[in-house]
Design a protein around this ligand. Structure first.
Ligand code: BGC
Length: 772
């Protein structure tokens, strides 16, 4: 009987009959549920791997093996389990299954940072569409992505899963990704909401952030994404903000996310385990993942005692039911387990091409001559290219094209002796690391092969018998750990020697040296960038990486990526370096956390630099950097002209003409920075408010790019008034090829101040020395 109620309610809801009949059918369903059933719906169906004895319900995690979790089904009421799976670079499920000869590989797309470096939302949307298709065709309902925490500090181990140091870029790219994924009728979970800007002590750290820095920097990408792409779900983060765990924070999850931004979906926790269930329900955190029995018992107990209201439980239940109604699983979608992996591989290859950032190209070193048959290929990652980071952001892909293979596919030849030496060393390293990496487990991240020391005589001989040298420098990182400074942010001694010796010997023979950066986050470049002739930042470019890099080296594609973050001269130039816990490596396990917590000054992070993150600091304070925000060269050149600005009551429109003045076809990103007039709060010298990318322009061709900014988006956050304020006065509109390369400027006037009051919430609980 009750099952019938659900099925009817559901059919009505789907077809819209419910409204017509004036029946609030989901409420009827909720009325038909026992409190036990409700509690089960709020708590994920954990797998034994996470919760052992505490697993909530049978084997639902096995619906799609390797997925991160499921919701709990209710057979009596006809509610299916829905499947939630990672992650930002593509779907993460187990590639093989016991007693099954089929494989379930997914496509490893470029990491998020590289997608942001394309500055091309349309392209990112198409990547999202392909990712979402794999989610659908492999029987999953929600992709636990995109991640959009701000690159506050270069050492954050998960920066590769995130987009940018700038909230506008992060928000626009994330919104495009969500739109792409969800166009398949599956959901996304934008994460980690919020303030998850470090991995050290991530499950307990208190991020102490001012209201202004939260509003302008750390919450902004989420706000843009919620408003522009309506993600089905939001994932609250592991950490606290100003003393409260985000998953227990009513001000964050209800006042801001729902009341102010209009979010209609469900909030789920990160994979936390037991915390205060009543506080979470009250805050508006609907779903607790991965879920365990203890949490269910806790909810039942609290409702019984009256310390948790059933009416609050009902609100979460209703939202979860609304979510389930949308899922492919509820709709009975017959998934094929056969997404078009070939087509997706070519999407990967092409999207990586647009995210490549050409950092240096003296005397047109690149593109390489197409017929080079003797490339001396150095650097261990040339032969074991890193396609993506580790942890939950890692995709189980069928293959990775390394650089050596990519170059050979493109018709280049690799110098045999160099290749042999590296291949042998790599085989030895792989043998050595096999057991060690299994023993370490993925939360500590696999150790990568070391860089072999290269003999000087060997290099001298190669300089004589090769055409050119390519050196790859690789870095990997992932969930659970931040990166270190020595041998990680900075080059190791072996890498430095390799670079110095190879450039000296090759230059002595009149031959060129190219460096490929196979990295997920920023490294130090200032001390060595003068050595090679060209530097191509290839990031972690997904499973087709080697082909994508070869395409760029050959000139089949023209790099058109730009930096979504600053490359500083030195790590300590970032003001956040003063209170980033650099040096505490490996903190996943609890024992270690507790040891760290007992140490003084650990357990919280004061965001003293406030809004002065990335270029907002470097530009305003005139600090020299190695490569500025928004920077990236091309094999061609572009001229900017004819800047025009038009203002309406609620927005400004800036247009600029971009002309290809060089010899080959290329795409260019134009960046719109706005300098606001002085107001009550100190503002950055300028902030990014728009960007646009041209189509592929042939030599001589031009395109007019138009960027529109709402005047409310020109506002700064005024804490004293709890309001976003767009000051009246003269504004400068600057169009640049990077923040340090402004090509055109004009000005406009906002005649009346605009004040948008918001709730006075998420206040700092501790005093700290905020940068002014
Ligand atoms: C990560 C999330 C991920 C989840 C499920 C957590 O540890 O922080 O990003 O989605 O695991 O795998």
């Amino acid at each position: 009987m009750k099952r019938i109620i659900v099925m009817m309610a559901v059919a009505w809801t789907i077809s819209g009959y419910a409204q017509k009949l004036g029946v609030n059918t989901l409420d009827e369903v909720i009325n038909a549920m026992t409190i036990e059933e409700k509690a089960h719906l709020l708590i994920g169906a954990s797998n034994e791997g996470f919760s052992g004895e505490g697993a909530t319900i049978g084997k639902t995690w096995n619906i799609v093996p390797g997925a991160a979790g499921t919701t709990v089904p209710n057979e009596r009421l006809g509610i299916p389990a829905t499947v939630l799976a990672d992650g930002p670079a593509g779907l993460r499920i187990a590639p093989t299954r016991p007693n099954d000869s089929s494989t379930y590989y997914c496509t490893g797309f470029p990491v998020a940072t590289m997608l942001a470096a394309t500055w091309n939302p349309t392209l990112v949307e198409s990547v999202g569409k392909a990712m979402g298709n794999e989610v659908l065709e492999y029987g999953c309902d929600v992709l636990l992505a995109p991640g959009m925490n701000i690159h506050r500090n270069p050492l954050c181990g998960r920066n590769f899963e995130y987009y940018s140091e700038d909230p506008f870029v992060a928000g626009k790219i994330a919104a495009a990704m969500v739109n792409g994924v969800q166009s398949n009728g599956v959901g996304t979970s934008i994460k980690h909401f919020a303030g998850n800007n470090q991995e050290t002590l991530r499950t307990r750290n208190d991020a102490r952030i001012s209201q202004r820095a939260l509003r302008e920097i750390y919450l902004k990408p989420f706000e843009i994404t919620v408003k522009e792409s309506h993600p089905w779900t939001v994932m609250s983060s592991y950490n606290k903000i100003n003393g409260t765990y985000t998953q227990e924070d009513y001000e964050l999850l209800t006042t801001i996310l729902r009341d102010e931004w209009g979010f209609k979906g469900i909030v789920m926790t990160d994979w936390t385990g037991t915390r205060n269930t009543a506080a979470q329900v009250h805050a508006g955190n609907d779903l607790m993942m991965p879920g365990n029995k203890e949490q269910i018992a806790d909810i039942l107990d609290k409702v019984k005692k009256g310390t948790l209201k059933e009416s609050e439980v009902n609100i979460c239940v209703k939202r979860i039911l609304e979510y389930i109604l949308q899922t492919p699983r509820f709709k009975g979608y017959k998934y094929s387990n056969k997404p078009d992996l070939k087509a997706h591989a070519s999407i990967t290859r092409n999207s990586a091409a647009e995210g490549m950032v050409l950092l240096k190209n003296d005397n047109e070193t690149l593109p390489l001559q197409a017929d080079l048959k003797n490339i001396a290929l150095f650097g261990i990652t040339s032969y074991s290219f890193i396609a993506g980071g580790t942890g939950s952001g890692d995709v189980n892909k069928a293959y990775v094209v390394d650089l050596q293979q990519g170059l050979e596919n493109a018709g280049f030849g690799i110098q045999e002796k160099t290749k042999k030496v590296y291949e042998k060393f790599l085989a030895y390293e792989n043998e050595r690391l096999e057991e060690i990496n299994i023993e370490r487990g993925w939360y500590l991240g696999p150790l990568r092969p070391r860089e072999p020391e290269m003999d000087n005589i060997f290099i001298k001989l190669r300089a004589k018998d090769s055409d050119v040298a390519i050196i790859t420098i690789g870095r990997n990182s992932g969930e659970g750990n931040d990166r270190g400074i020595k041998d990680n942010f900075e080059l190791s001694q072996t890498e430095r020697e390799l670079l110095t010796n190879v450039t000296r010997e090759f230059h002595a023979q009149g031959k060129k040296v190219v460096v490929i950066l196979n990295i997920g986050g920023v490294i130090e470049t200032a001390s060595w960038k003068y050595l090679p002739d060209a530097i191509l930042l290839a990031w972690q470019a997904g499973q087709e990486a080697g082909n994508s890099v070869a395409d760029a080296l050959k000139g089949t594609t023209n790099p058109s990526g730009k930096l979504p973050m600053t490359f500083p001269l030195d790590y300590t130039d970032h003001p956040s370096s003063r209170n980033f816990p650099a040096g505490f490596v490996s903190n996943w396990d609890d024992e270690q956390n507790t040891t760290l917590l007992n140490k003084k000054d650990i357990g919280w992070t004061n965001y003293e630099e406030d809004i002065w993150v990335g270029y907002r600091y470097f530009n305003t304070y005139n600090k020299e950097v190695s490569y500025p925000f928004g920077y990236g060269l091309s094999y061609t050149t572009f001229q900017y002209s004819d800047i025009k600005v038009k203002t309406t009551a609620s927005s400004i429109k800036v247009s600029v003409k971009v002309t290809n003045t060089g010899k080959v076809a290329g795409k260019e990103v134009a960046e719109l920075y706005v300098t606001a007039p002085a107001g009550e709060v100190k503002k950055p010298s300028c902030e990014l408010k728009g960007f646009a990318k041209t189509q592929l322009l042939e030599p001589g061709a031009s395109e007019v790019l138009v960027m529109e900014v709402k005047s409310e988006d020109l506002a700064s956050f005024n804490e004293a008034k709890s309001a976003w304020i767009t000051d009246a006065g003269h504004y400068k509109a600057l169009i640049g090829a990077s923040i340090n390369d402004i090509r055109q400027s004009t000005s406009f006037i906002i005649s009346k101040p605009q004040v948008r009051k918001v709730h006075n919430v998420l206040k700092l609980q501790e005093t700290m020395n905020r940068m002014k």
